[in-house]
Design a protein around this ligand. Structure first.
Ligand code: NAD
Length: 364
């Protein structure tokens, strides 16, 4: 049966980069036999303008019915004066909550061709390929009690609660181990077990889950050391799994090792492998409508979708090879172009990926 993909272009550069991703999906469908149906709906500011809400019920219903969701980006200055309950970002949060997307996958990949884009020395980062698995619906961002109270003395006291159940830790660790099985078979679980009891339990559960994956080497690292190691010697990592807050910080740090925000995809998965896929960047209002945005983060999000939700690893590998072939050929959008070189536009980059796909990864 065909897999259903819901396309949500969103705002700003969202529709431009999504157009290129759709071209790629259409090519995989028409030329390589990928069995998919694509539907499209509104989200973010575009949805607010059309329907008065950033996540209309019709969009959420379609997202629930789909096997995977591909999102461009949401937001922009136009909608900033709106009440927070109807700002474009609420559409994104509503999708994550409504679909139960508890596992956030953020790869930090630096194509060797782009090693100069990083602020770190090329030999430290060239060929970097880390997958950070961040727990997305629990931990200190959601724990109760939380708030700010005024003490009898008149001084205010702010508090949040770091809380995880064993089952929450178990399921996110299993996501990480399953991914590691398809990659380098190494998982580093990041915690602060020397200080926080909750993450001492995290470490115990991670170890227990690890026993079910004898082919995967499990290591543990304190979060402060992990931050240091990410900058010192990032290529030591294969898959990292960690809490919501630690993952929030470490994944941004890892993303910036690559120096190219227009290249990085992400996935957020539910318990059954259904996912929402999106580039890590935002709607880039400063370049929207100019046809210069880099579509590769979105196209690489399609590759993640193929691998993690559509059970089509062969198509994913084909697409990643096509992106690599295009970079080999020297094509660069403005964000990754070397000073003085002539960048290509959004559509030209998308067309080049399609051409590389058709040439099965080899571009003449
Ligand atoms: P941004 O990621 O949109 O842009 C940051 C910088 O990176 C800008 O200079 C932009 O031109 C550049 N950039 C981003 N994507 C690019 C691409 N594909 N190709 C070339 N250059 C690219 O972040 P921002 O400026 O802080 O936010 C802009 C809007 O996006 C805000 O409304 C914000 O709330 C929203 N936002 C949305 C998401 C999302 O939809 N997931 C994520 C982050 C920010």
């Amino acid at each position: 049966m065909s897999k259903k993909i819901l396309i949500l272009p969103g705002d700003g550069i969202g529709p431009e980069i999504i157009d290129e991703a759709v071209k790629v999906l259409a090519c995989l469908r028409d030329d390589f036999g990928l069995d998919i149906d694509m539907d499209e709906a509104l989200v973010g500011g575009a949805a607010y303008d059309a329907a008065g809400h950033p996540l209309p019920d019709a969009t959420l219903d379609l997202a629930k019915e789909a096997d995977a969701v591909l999102l461009g980006a949401v937001g922009g200055a136009k909608w900033e004066p709106l009440d927070i309950s109807v700002r474009p970002e609420k559409g994104l949060l509503g999708l994550r909550a409504g679909l139960g997307l508890f596992a956030n996958l953020r790869p930090a990949i630096l194509y060797p061709q782009l090693a100069d884009a990083s602020t770190l020395k090329a030999d430290v980062v060239a060929g970097l390929d880390i997958m950070i698995v961040r727990e997305l619906t629990g931990g200190i961002y959601f724990g109760q009690p939380r708030g700010v109270e005024t003490l009898d003395s008149g001084e205010r006291r702010g508090f949040n609660t770091l809380v995880y159940t064993e089952s929450e830790v178990d399921r996110i660790c299993r996501v990480a181990f399953d991914i590691a099985m398809k990659r380098g078979k190494r998982v580093c679980s990041v915690d602060k077990a020397n200080v926080l009891e909750c993450t001492e339990m995290w470490r115990e559960v991670a170890t227990r889950v690890g026993a079910d994956y004898p082919d995967v080497a499990l290591s543990h690292m304190y979060v402060d050391n992990a931050a240091m190691q990410l900058v010192r010697a990032p290529k030591q990592f294969d898959v990292m799994v960690t809490t919501n807050m630690f993952g929030d910080i470490l994944s941004d740090c890892a993303a910036m090792l690559t120096g190219s925000i227009g290249m990085l995809p992400s996935a957020s998965l539910d318990a059954d492998g259904k996912g929402m896929y999106e580039p890590i960047h935002g709607s880039a209002p400063d370049i929207a409508g100019q046809g210069v945005a880099n579509p590769l983060a979105t196209i690489l999000s399609v590759a993640m979708m193929l691998r993690y939700s559509l059970d089509a690893a062969d198509h994913a590998a084909r697409l990643e090879a096509a992106v690599s072939a295009v970079l080999d050929r020297g094509l660069r959008t403005a964000d990754i172009a070397a000073a003085g070189s002539k960048p290509v536009g959004t559509a030209e980059m998308g067309d080049a990926v399609v051409a590389a796909l058709r040439a099965d990864g080899e571009v003449d």
